[in-house]
Each structure stands twice: as structure tokens, then as C-alpha cells.
Design a protein around this ligand. Structure first.
Ligand SMILES: [Zn+2]
Length: 251
């Protein structure tokens, strides 16, 4: 499904009544499939961008287009590669070997290094593709949980001693959470929704399970990620706050 909305409506924009469905399609989330869909309105979008929208009183409203979706949908629409590709980035030519290096500076000038297919909505400018913050929260917190739990699961006292204490810690936060054995006798755990993940990042007592400096580092990482996530949700940010965000995110 694709919907369109008016960002000028502010907070109301997320209400179902303010999301206008322009396309429902049955099929896979694949470039070839979505190409057929983009043909239906890509010219109309270009027309809106270039000429604005004329209302019934003949008043012209200028239009700036933004695109938002989860990462997979975004890279398909932009004609780019999957996140595990060598040139994976939606915004620059950073390659997979260099992405750890926080001293390098990459400008948002687009990814020209991957074997690019034409973007499906050329009316959208490079800097107006915005990944949605909910999926950022969900996927990054998944990685943080995996790192912590996979460490703890390796310990021989996990099942008898650690597992019940972790489950109790979640209960204290009023979060429904448990470990269970999945295929191949591998430990897995309840997958949490956004609100529970926020509660967890803010309050989960990592230090109870990983002691010393390492535990402190991991707990700080969880809290800092939550703090940075809260900043990107603010409706207004000053230039200074944006500069500070960049420094903090790199750290
Ligand atoms: Zn990049």
C-alpha cells in the first residue's frame, strides 16, 4: 500500500483519516513489480512538484515531495542495493568495509557506485528520502538485544539462573517477555513492539547481568541510543542541536 499525506497537518498527519491511500497492490515487494506501480503516478508527481497544485479557487499551492518507508521499501524505490551489498547506502558511496570508520565524512550526494536502476519516483529529491524512525528503533534495538542475550545464553548457568532473572526484570517493567527454544534447540525470545522496546532501552538493568566496565558501557549504549532516538522525534531542532546530535551519534 502507498499512502500520501500533507506534512503541514502536523501531528494529525498520522491519523488514518489524514492518510490518503493512492495505491493498493497485490504482489511482491520487488523492483520489477513496483516499476509497474510507479508508472501509474510518477508523471503526476513530477507535475505536482514542478507546477504545484491548483485548488478549486485557482490558488496555486507549491508542493515539495518527501518519501518515507522502511529501509527495504526505500532502497527498492530508489533503485539501490540491499543493506548487505557492498555499496549499500541510500545516501552516499560508503562501502561495507568503510562503514565502521566514524572519522570519514560522507555527503548526502547519492549512491553512484552500486549498479543503480532508475529510481521509481524521480520527482523525489535525494535529500527528501527519510527512513521511518519506528523501523530504525525496532531494528537497532534488535541488534542491541542480540548482542546482550547471545552473550548471556553462552553461559552454562543461563537456563537455570540467568533466564529467570531476565524474565523477572522485564516483568518489573510490565513487559511480557520470555525466552523459548526454537528450531534446532536454539534460544529465542519474545519479539517486542515499539512501546515495549522504548521502555526496555530506557530502564532495562543491563548491569545486573554484565558486571563492571563492560556492563556500564552496554547500559550507556542502550540509554544513549534511546536518547538519540528521542531527539530525532522532536518536531523542531536548532542547528546547534543537530550538530551535537552528529557528534553524539558518532561517539
Ligand atoms: Zn551513506
Amino acid at each position: 500500500m502507498m499512502t500520501i499525506c500533507l506534512l503541514n497537518e502536523g501531528k494529525k498527519v498520522l491519523q488514518p483519516n489524514n492518510q490518503y491511500c493512492i495505491c493498493l497492490y497485490a504482489g511482491y515487494e520487488k523492483y520489477e513489480m513496483l516499476t509497474n506501480i510507479s508508472h501509474i503516478f510518477k508523471d503526476e508527481l513530477s507535475d505536482l512538484k514542478n507546477n504545484g497544485f491548483f485548488d478549486s479557487d485557482g490558488v496555486c499551492w507549491p508542493v515539495e515531495l518527501f518519501f518515507c518507508g522502511d529501509w527495504k521499501f526505500m532502497y527498492i524505490i530508489m533503485g539501490l542495493n540491499a543493506p548487505n551489498a557492498n555499496y549499500f547506502c541510500l545516501y552516499c558511496n560508503c562501502d561495507i568495509e568503510s562503514r565502521w570508520d566514524m572519522d570519514r565524512i560522507w555527503e548526502n550526494t547519492g549512491n553512484s557506485k552500486c549498479k543503480k536502476k532508475p529510481p521509481l519516483f524521480p520527482a523525489i529529491d535525494q535529500e527528501n528520502y527519510i527512513p521511518d524512525e519506528l523501523h530504525l528503533l525496532l531494528r537497532i534495538s534488535d541488534v542491541l538485544m542480540e548482542c546482550l542475550f547471545n552473550d548471556l545464553i553462552k553461559k552454562k548457568e543461563f537456563e537455570k539462573q540467568i533466564k529467570p532473572v531476565i524474565e523477572a526484570a522485564f516483568k518489573e517493567l510490565s513487559i511480557q517477555f520470555e525466552f523459548f527454544k526454537s528450531v534446532g534447540n536454539k534460544w529465542n525470545w519474545t519479539s517486542l513492539m515499539g512501546p515495549d522496546k522504548k521502555k526496555m532501552l530506557k530502564n532495562f538493568p543491563v548491569l545486573r547481568f554484565i558486571f563492571g566496565a563492560r556492563g556500564e558501557d552496554i547500559e550507556r549504549l542502550w540509554c544513549e541510543f534511546y536518547r538519540l532516538y528521542s531527539i530525532i522525534r522532536q518536531p523542531q531542532l536548532s542547528d546547534q542541536e543537530i550538530d551535537q546530535y552528529k557528534v553524539d551519534a558518532e561517539n
